[in-house]
Design a protein around this ligand. Structure first.
Ligand code: IPT
Length: 988
């Protein structure tokens, strides 16, 4: 367990395949005994006769830390750390308190299997397994996310067999598995017994090259025995015209359809040896570094990727096939074309699906030694000779298992493991074994060992320099020349933690502009939370610290584009829109639509186009338009169909509330023409909107409710201002509390992070805003004038102890009896250079639960996350307006609102932007939101909390990476302008 070797007694790694050779799946309920340390180990548990009647039952596969949850961990609890090892860094030693699971299962020895070897296969055991069959020690293994096989031919017997496995949470190998994820243990992937028929190959390596210039595929299949010598085999691929062809010979195949992630053509066939028929699915493609670019089949790729960990909030790192399908379907539905298997090889079935449905894959080795960074990289296993066998073993098991997947285009040496000789050795081995793919590793910025220059979280200016080849030099001239010859990938960017990621568009624009920038992978796919239960018996999503871990990294584990239950976050919708592979541009002037086909391989024949014309969110007319046939990379401009032009000239159809104006918008949408395995025909791929002139016509405004109110001191239209304080006190009969300027928001995860620009100060925006005192402003009335037509007031707004204050001037006027107009000018002091928001916050009666609005929607949006929202008319109750981030934070802003009504049974207030406002409505205050650690701690306080903002700050990605881009920051004076009205039950 403290050996730095990778294991003992295992068989050489090999590729996985399905065949007619029999096998026995051993998954199921196994006997389980847990011990927190060595004192509790069971002497002799491996003996077949050992009495395990009192033992528990545990499912295999599973991780034991999640057993008993959501109520309470039955054995040792899960623990989360990012970089720091949760034990002293004293390699190869691990804690005496080493949680250990002992497993036993009995099964009947298979009968009637053909002659040959019997192999016991573990797909994944975390972290150290010692294995006995029928009391005989087979060996031990490490490499948690890597397969391990043991030869059991001589030990297996007819009748009852007893398999015993001792699994330790900590081993020397734990130093190699410091990925940013939960520490969980056990036999978490399947276990099976295989027959390897005598004379059948031990390993198979499929070579399926594609020569783009001639359209010719070349298929060779190397079948080898345990000694590496060739095994004769015949290929049968009906669709390739191969019948009984010699596998070892190169078969030129003119006219094959190549495999790409956009066109995942697989040819089904078999490799037949004397004793086995192996099923193969072959995809032809050539991956190469050419002209400084990552090319497949002669075409440079643009990767629109995500980093995917394997996680499920209930089963942890044990993932069902259904969940894998769901992940890939969701990726494809959201225009994602690439996945990095961060930071270990996934369940092998995931890669089958990538081949089948089409995703470019970076398959990453199960290696991370990040915690050595906290010790100045002293004794880093990446460079210590004693660890070289273990590192090479990991790389070999990665490549050997997965080498026959066409979806894999890059092998990654691992993640965050510093630099060192052992990494170089891994890279050399990969190149010697598989020259058909490129090598990736991010941790060495000089990039000497690799074929792509890869970085994480580089900011927009630096990425632009890299795109322009004007980046700063690598360590030596030689390395620099090499690196400049390489394409660039952001293997991680746009940290999707909480509200965000902001600023995706700016990266995508760079990827589109500079060929060297071949895309990136958002960090990360899924919030890795765990379903747990609170004291009230309600379930919630737990993160680091929730299981009492003494050392942990809090909610840094919930930073995905999907919420833990795999519902898409607003960030995923934004990403989908930003990376859409079809770009649509509507020009109302020339009545034309430009279509850019941004696929790398697909033409547009698989897509349809349709249009929709709306008046203030109400449908006027809709129809289809012909999608021009465009090859990948081509563009065309087509005229509007006559029906659209005619419809655009129709008189207004929709209605709009009193005091508001109509707007006419065209939407054009590209959709799937036919069903795909991952979505049905009609699925939206891309869309765009444009405003068109609103034809003059009869006023379609709804009648205003008659204002029976009498003008009296302190009233402006329907609004009552308290003549003593100058504050808004009521709108009609609706009491208003605490209506004041607000310059603060409940910090987002990104507000808690340190933006690149604050590296010197080490301060997050949250720290800076709290230091300014924005969360505890006091309001001092300086001047108040209450007239019949106009009420003006001026306040000094600043925190205790500071001489920094904003001057806030309110001016209430009314042009119509039913309406009040507010202009609120906020002049911040020089000491408050950047603000999170500027607006008016107020509390209204809690019964106003319904928001109708015309503006951007349906989802939330912030200035740097506004791509996925469209102009339209939307409605929601309060609950539907909250975004359930795992860690409570600012959320739910509805952006560029023209008007919004907040009502109860149709009666309430109407806000009209002059011209645009942002609106947030919650059943709790921003202060309560900022206090809560989990959403279940938030309870409605009886009020409706309304924020009407003139400016909202961007969100950025400072949780890990650059902060908000300057264009999305609020600086300087801001004026909020809006009109207020009542809406009646009849007009709602
Ligand atoms: C980077 C890691 O590679 C990834 O595993 C994850 O921890 C991510 O950060 C943050 O969520 S490493 C970081 C030092 C940039």
């Amino acid at each position: 367990m403290e050996s730095v070797l990778p294991g003992e007694g295992r068989l050489a790694p090999r590729s996985w395949w399905d065949s007619d050779a029999p096998s026995l799946l051993l998954d199921g309920s196994w006997k389980f005994h847990f011990s927190p340390d060595a004192a509790g180990l069971t002497i002799g548990f491996e003996e077949p006769g050992h009495d395990d009647a009192e033992w528990d039952l545990l499912p295999v596969p599973s991780v034991w830390q999640l057993a008993g949850l959501p109520a309470k961990p039955r054995y040792s609890p899960p623990a989360y750390t990012n970089v720091i090892y949760p034990f002293p860094v004293d390699p190869p030693h691990v804690p005496d308190a080493n949680p250990t699971g002992e497993y036993r299962v009995s099964f009947d020895g298979p009968e009637g299997w053909p002659a040959g070897r019997r192999v016991l296969r573990f797909e994944g055991v975390d972290s150290h397994a010692t294995v006995w069959l029928n009391g005989v020690l087979l060996g031990w293994s490490t490499g948690s996310r890597l397969a391990a096989e043991f030869d059991v031919t001589d030990v297996l017997r007819p009748g009852e067999n007893v398999l015993a496995v001792r699994v330790r949470q900590w081993s020397a190998a734990s130093y190699l598995e410091d990925q940013d994820m939960w520490w969980v243990s056990g036999i978490f992937r399947s276990v099976s017994l295989l027959c390897r028929p005598a004379g059948a190959p031990s390993d198979v390596f499929v070579h399926a090259d594609f020569e783009a210039a001639t359209g010719t595929g070349v298929l060779t299949v190397d079948a080898t025995d345990a000694a590496g010598s060739p095994v004769a085999g015949r290929l049968d691929f009906p669709d390739l015209g191969l019948a009984g062809a010699d596998a070892a010979v190169a078969h030129p195949l003119p006219g094959v359809r190549p495999w790409t992630a956009e066109t995942p053509v697989l040819y089904d066939g078999t490799l037949t040896s004397d004793t086995e028929v192996i099923t193969l699915r072959v995809g032809f493609r050539r991956v190469e570094l050419r002209d400084g670019l990552l090319q497949v089949n002669g075409v440079p790729l643009l990767l629109r990727g995500v980093n995917r960990h394997e996680w499920d909030p209930e089963t942890g790192r044990t993932i069902s096939l259904e969940t894998m399908r769901q992940d890939i379907a969701l990726m494809k539905q959201h225009n994602i074309n690439a996945v990095r298997t961060s930071h270990y090889p996934p369940d092998r079935r995931f890669l089958d699906l990538c081949d089948e449905w089409g995703l470019w894959v970076i398959d990453e080795c199960d290696l991370e030694t990040h915690g050595f960074f906290l010790n100045e990289w002293r004794n880093n296993p990446s460079d210590e000779p004693m660890w070289q066998p273990a590192l090479l073993d990991r790389m070999q098991r990665t490549v050997e298992r997965d080498k026959n997947h066409p979806s894999i285009i890059l092998w990654s040496l691992g993640n965050e493991s510093g630099v060192g000789r052992n990494l170089s050795a891994m890279a050399r081995w990969v190149k010697s074994r598989d020259s058909s793919r490129l090598v990736h590793y991010e941790g060495d910025w000089d990039s000497g060992d690799v074929d792509v220059y890869s970085r994480m979280y580089a900011d927009v200016p630096e990425v632009e320099q890299i795109g322009l080849l004007t980046e700063s030099a690598a360590a030596t001239d030689e390395l620099d020349a090499h690196r400049r010859s390489l394409p660039f990938l952001l293997c991680e960017y746009a940290h999707a933690m909480g509200n965000g990621p902001g600023g995706l568009t700016e990266y995508q624009d760079l990827f589109d502009a500079h060929p060297r920038l071949q895309g990136g992978f958002v960090w990360e796919w899924l919030d890795q939370a765990i379903t747990a239960r609170n004291a009230d018996g309600d379930d919630y999503f737990a993160y680091g610290g929730d299981f009492g871990e003494p050392v942990h990294d809090g909610n840094f584990i919930t930073d995905g584009l999907l919420f833990p239950d795999r519902t898409p976050s607003p960030g995923l919708l934004e990403f989908k829109k930003v990376i859409a592979p079809v770009k649509l541009t509507i020009d109302p002037q020339t009545r034309a639509v430009r279509i850019d086909n941004r696929h790398d391989f697909l033409d547009t024949s698989g897509f349809t186009l349709d249009w929709l014309l709306e008046d203030s969110g109400a449908r006027v007319d809709s129809g289809t338009m012909a999608m021009p046939l465009l090859a990948a990379g081509e563009s065309a401009t087509v005229g509007w169909p006559a029906e659209l032009t005619a419809a655009a000239a129709l008189l207004p159809a929709g209605t709009t509330p009193p005091g508001t104006h109509g707007e006419r918008w065209i939407s054009v949408t590209a959709r799937l023409a036919a069903d795909q395995p991952w979505a049905t025909a009609g699925h939206e791929i891309a869309w765009q909107q444009a405003q068109v002139e609103f034809p003059a016509g009869p006023d379609r405004r709804l009648a205003a409710p008659s204002s029976a109110r009498q003008s009296r001191h302190g009233s402006i239209g329907p609004v009552t201002i308290d003549p003593r304080t100058g504050l808004l006190a009521a709108v009609g009969d609706l009491a208003v509390h605490d209506a004041r300027v607000t310059l603060w928001r409940a910090p987002t995860d990104n507000d808690h992070g340190i933006p690149h620009t604050e590296r010197d100060t080490g301060k997050s925006m949250d720290t800076r805003w709290r230091a300014m005192g924005l969360h505890r402003l006091q309001h001092k009335l300086i001047d108040l004038e209450v007239g019949d037509q106009e009420i003006t007031s001026t306040y000094h707004v600043g925190p205790a102890g500071s001489d920094q204050r904003a001057v806030v001037a309110y001016r209430w006027t009314s042009a119509e009896p039913d309406e009040a107009h507010l202009a609120m000018k906020v002049d911040p002091p020089a000491g408050w250079p950047v603000l999170p928001r500027v607006g008016l916050a107020l509390e209204l009666p809690g019964r106003l639960q319904h928001l109708d609005w015309f503006g951007l929607g349906p989802g939330e949006a912030y200035p740097d996350t506004t791509t996925a929202v469209r102009v339209g008319r939307f409605a929601s109750d309060l609950a539907g307006l909250q975004t359930p981030y795992v860690f409570p934070q600012e959320n739910g802003n509805r952006r560029s609102v023209r008007w919004a009504s907040l009502t109860d049974s149709g009666a309430g207030i109407l806000l009209i932007g002059d011209p645009l406002i942002d609106v947030t409505v919650r059943p709790w205050s921003s202060a309560a939101l900022a206090e809560a650690r989990h959403p279940d701690e938030l309870t409605p306080d009886g009020f409706v909390h309304l924020d009407i903002d003139a400016a909202v700050g961007g969100v950025g990605t400072a949780a890990c990476g650059p902060g908000v881009l300057p264009a999305y920051e609020i600086t300087g004076p801001v004026t909020l302008q809006l009109r207020l009205r009542l809406v009646g039950a009849d007009e709602g």
